[in-house]
Design a protein. Sequence first.
Length: 233
Amino acid sequence: MAKKKKKDQDPREVILNLLTSKSALKQDIIEDTEKIFNSLKKVLQEEVSALKEKITDPRIRMQYDDKNRFEAQVFVGSDALLFHMHNNIFLLPEGHPFWEEKYLKDNPSRGYFGIIYIYNFLAQSLIQSRSHDLGYLIGRIFVNSEGHFFMEGKGPLGTSFKDIGEECLCDEILRDVILTSFAYALNFDLLTPPYEIVAQINVQQAIAISDSLSMQTGKRLGFKFESEKGDFF
């Protein structure tokens, strides 16, 4: 007599388990990341106010703008920094070195992250709405369900916060990230593009330049440094 085939797990039960585990986890991370982003906004305002009090030259721009729930903008001299929180949750890819660490091996759900991006633009690009100008991702903050985080980024933003098992975000660390971002942006200078890039323009571009000075501009337009090869994300 043939053995009775074991009944597969009810697909509805599978879906319910996923909804109550993975989906709930992602919602928790989104809520926690937004709380951290609100703290980041608060510290940004504090730092802008503190720096502005010490600036005596009225030509130097120092301004904070809360754009919306997921974005804040800061003008620092001739630079602008956009802090943007993504409203989705991401899993670290297979092969990422953090999967080899005990912290993630003990609990793989710690490998899901909310992300806050930091972009650097020229201030005039935003003030004049020069839609073709380039901005640069200088850093991104990864936050998991336990408030642990790490950063990827340029210069010290990519080297200072790498211990996922130990680092937790607080106002003092956020302040460090903000001030480091300001300093990096201010030291990341606008360079003259190669002559060949701007040697010719058409009539439409000439009219656009006349109207809004909208020739595409970026701090590193046409350049790539040895230190940046394979280093940008």
